[in-house]
Design a protein around this ligand. Structure first.
Ligand SMILES: [Zn+2]
Length: 259
């Protein structure tokens, strides 16, 4: 017998299944990452069509299927409409969706904390929609990256050398072969790829890691674009390295601009 269930979910991706129906990939509060069929959404009068667009949060009634669940009803909770009015907001929101897709498959997440992750995605899109500058957008993305990894058990320890466990000082490095920080003496023996991380950057990222998502840190108003972009690229590289997948969104955008 088919079972129905209700959950809240945020749309991360959708693609056509056939002439009438689409498949929506969503992150749900109860079951983590799920895919479901949205029937009849290609028809002009479909109400469901508008609700399966990217980044929309819906309350859904789903019925379980053998392979895929089907969306019965959808009631939108938040459309985060301001994300769509700005290209930076749109591209970074797509990047967040890609991170969730890459990290929240069974391999990395056992759905133990899907509610926490759902709240994080919701908060990040809320913050993204409200952002008034590129600095605010990047701060939001950085907090998201760091907190997502913390929830999934891949968080970075910004205080301790991953090799000898000593407290880090002004001279610290990050090793992409062991995916952790190194003190200067352990760095000397490191043969894989490692980069020097400025002490101020390490302390800034640590502050983002320990503060609540919506809490303003002492850095929020003073940090500049150069530092934010460096931090974003560092976190992106670390995350791409973990999943062995290069997030594609910024490449796709660069390509579409240059064509
Ligand atoms: Zn060490």
């Amino acid at each position: 017998m088919k079972k129905n269930y209700v959950t809240e979910a945020i749309n991360l991706k959708n693609y056509p299944l056939n002439d009438n129906d689409s498949i929506v990939v969503m992150f749900s509060k109860n079951k983590g990452l799920i895919s479901a069929v949205a029937k009849g959404v290609k028809r002009p009068k479909s109400k469901l069509g508008a609700r399966i667009q990217m980044f929309i949060a819906n309350k859904l009634l789903l019925s379980e299927g053998r392979n895929l669940d089907t969306i019965g009803e959808a009631q939108s909770l938040n459309t985060f409409s301001k994300i769509r009015s700005n290209l930076d907001k749109l591209s970074y929101s797509m990047y967040l969706a890609e991170c969730i897709n890459n990290f929240c498959s069974n391999q990395y997440n056992k759905d133990e904390n899907s509610e926490e992750i759902y709240d994080l995605i919701y908060s990040a899109y809320e913050k993204m929609a409200q952002a008034n500058s590129k600095e605010e957008i990047l701060l939001c993305v950085l907090k998201f990256q760091i907190k997502l990894l913390n929830f999934l058990g891949w968080g970075i320890d910004f205080n301790t050398c991953g090799h000898c466990q000593k407290a880090l000082d002004e001279n610290s490095y990050f090793s992409f072969s062991i995916n952790s920080f190194l003190c200067s003496s352990c760095y000397k023996n490191e043969t894989g790829e490692a980069v020097r991380i400025h002490n101020k950057i390490r302390l800034f990222l640590n502050e983002l890691s320990i503060c609540e998502f919506f809490v303003k840190t002492k850095y929020d108003d003073v940090v500049n674009m150069l530092v934010l972009e460096k931090c974003f690229n560092f976190m992106k590289k670390y995350m791409d390295n973990l999943t062995h997948k290069k997030t594609k969104i910024f490449k796709t955008l660069e390509a579409s601009v240059s064509v």
